[in-house]
Design a protein around this ligand. Structure first.
Ligand SMILES: [Zn+2]
Length: 58
């Protein structure tokens, strides 16, 4: 039995297989972009927390 999902980036139908490393995306290009965006977000969070701590100390 095959499970079909739509690629979140381009809407193309993708067969959901454990051997398909790019799921749910149709190609690894999208997933790489997503991960780099996520990494940038995760770097921003400690920065804002640090700023809040500085305010509390004043
Ligand atoms: Zn796609």
């Amino acid at each position: 039995m095959q499970r079909i999902v739509n690629c979140p980036q381009c809407g193309k139908k993708v067969v959901w297989e454990t051997t398909h490393h790019f799921r749910p995306f149709c190609s690894g290009r999208f997933k790489t972009n997503d991960l780099s965006q996520w990494a940038q977000e995760s770097y921003r969070i400690p920065e804002s927390e640090k700023n809040l701590e500085d305010k509390d100390q004043d």
